[in-house]
Design a binder for this molecule. Structure first.
Ligand code: IFM
Length: 453
């Protein structure tokens, strides 16, 4: 991957006029107001309250206080010149208990939020599930329990009936890999299990809930456009040894194909199904057919590529990750590889009958500082965006149908197990005062979007 140091020339007019320019956020990471207006605990509240789970010992009880400051945040989004805004809906704010009781106050919050977007020219892109499962469902087994699929359908039904007159773009799930694997295999995320078989069962139920929700959304919402946002990675072997090449194929099997194949009607990849043996998920007749429902778009969350080595003593995949030492890294340690986005998008087009795609997340964490003069000089993040947008454009010019770009994230926020140690925002948040400051990257995005030609 050759990512030259010179910044590419980038102009908005070189993108289609109906291209979507957005930012992404998620409910748990920004809203706060944890006990307000009938919101009940989520698995992330419980996880954060458990000693040792969050690196800085923090929680998201206040986060960015967005529940109270959403108007200011949408004003900022509008001032940048965005025409779309991706957010998620907090299930524990809207459905209060195991009986499916609807919390009208919680629903009203999202209704107002969506009205606020429309009033500012921001097309609402709603994610139904961005990891904040109600704790009362986890108490019954969470996503490992097939009953959670029905609970999710109820949640989706309530939301889409109420907001479907205004929200036309729906993302069923954000990054099922993280829900399943970080939540249940490596235990880095809530609910914090370490059980590979459980992770694959969770994964299956998440995909099933996706598949069953798509027709429901289409029934409830006139002109609905429905998709899913996957975290996908371009992979390459650490060497040209046959063992590393085979390991890369296996790693791809779980990381990418385990999601892409069933969504495109191919079922779970047989090579990985055979490899995981008894850990394979329990399925019912018709599940795979439901999961394969055609989508209106695919959301691609791209952050970094992975370099894979054979690791015979590392079951079940017998692979391990290494780094490309020639690539620069973000403060989080993630490799900066804009060209990986071209590789990924072209691969998706080549290997699958993909619908139109949107980059639903892309961004970088750096150690930003609010200077005495009030500026936040995040030139590395600005350059990251420029290079990735140029890569997106290169993929488009090669014939890949990509119709929008959502930067992660509008504002600094609670970065899951990392707490507040990782800043991804275009906008700096002082978590003591809740003051918002546009970083250099935000000023660049604004100037880019609003340039006269
Ligand atoms: O903050 C997360 C987001 O919630 C999901 N995608 C990756 C981001 C950065 O880690």
């Amino acid at each position: 991957m050759d990512d030259s140091k010179r910044l590419p020339e980038l102009r908005r007019i070189d993108f289609p006029t109906d291209f979507l320019w957005g930012c992404s956020t998620s409910s748990f990471q920004i809203e706060g107001a944890a006990d307000t207006d009938g919101r009940v605990p989520s698995i992330w509240d419980s996880f954060a309250a458990t000693a040792g789970k969050i690196r800085d010992g923090s929680d998201a009880r206040v986060a960015c206080d967005h529940y109270y400051r959403w108007q200011e945040d949408l004003d900022i989004a509008q001032s940048l010149g965005l025409n779309a805004y991706r957010f998620s809906i907090s299930w524990p704010r809207v459905i209060s208990d195991i009986n499916g009781t609807v919390n009208e106050v919680g629903l009203q919050f999202y209704s107002d939020l969506v009205d606020g977007m429309l009033a500012r020219g921001l097309q609402p892109w709603a994610t139904l599930y961005h990891w904040d499962l109600p704790q009362y469902l986890q108490d019954q087994g969470g996503w490992e329990n097939r009953a959670t699929v029905q609970a999710y359908l109820h949640f989706a039904d309530v939301i889409s009936r109420r907001l479907g007159d205004r929200i036309k773009h729906w993302i069923t799930h954000n990054e099922p890999w993280c829900t399943a694997m970080h939540g249940n295999w490596d235990g880095m995320h809530a609910p914090g299990k370490r059980d590979f078989k459980a992770a694959l069962q969770v994964c299956h139920h998440v995909l099933l809930s996706h598949g069953l929700t798509v027709p429901l959304l289409r029934r409830n919402v006139a002109d609905a456009k429905v998709g899913i946002a996957l975290s996908l990675h371009p992979l390459r072997p650490a060497s040209d040894k046959p063992e590393d090449i085979a390991a890369t194929r296996r790693h791809d099997g779980l990381r990418n194909r385990w999601f892409l194949d069933p969504l495109h009607g191919r079922g779970y990849p047989q090579d990985i199904w055979d490899l995981v043996g008894a850990a394979a998920p329990q399925m019912h007749d018709g599940d795979l057919q439901a999961i394969a429902v055609p989508l209106d778009f695919l959301g691609v969350n791209y952050y970094f590529p992975e370099v894979i080595q054979d690791a015979p003593h590392n079951p079940p995949l017998a692979t391990s990750l290494t780094h490309d030492p020639t690539l620069e890294r973000t403060a989080f340690g993630w490799e900066v590889a804009p060209h990986g986005l071209v590789t990924l998008l072209k691969r998706l087009k080549q290997d699958y009958p993909v619908p139109p795609m949107y980059v639903t997340e892309n961004g970088a964490s750096y150690e930003d500082r609010l200077e005495d003069d009030g500026s936040v000089v995040d030139t590395q993040r600005r350059d990251y965006f420029i290079r990735h947008l140029a890569a997106l454009q290169e993929a488009r010019q090669a014939g890949v149908d990509v119709r929008g770009y959502f930067a992660w994230s509008l504002i600094d926020n609670f970065e899951w197990a990392e707490g507040y140690l990782r800043r991804f925002g275009l906008v700096y948040i002082d978590f003591e005062t809740q003051q918002r400051t546009l970083k250099i990257s935000a000023l660049w995005y604004r100037d880019f979007l609003q340039a006269p030609n």
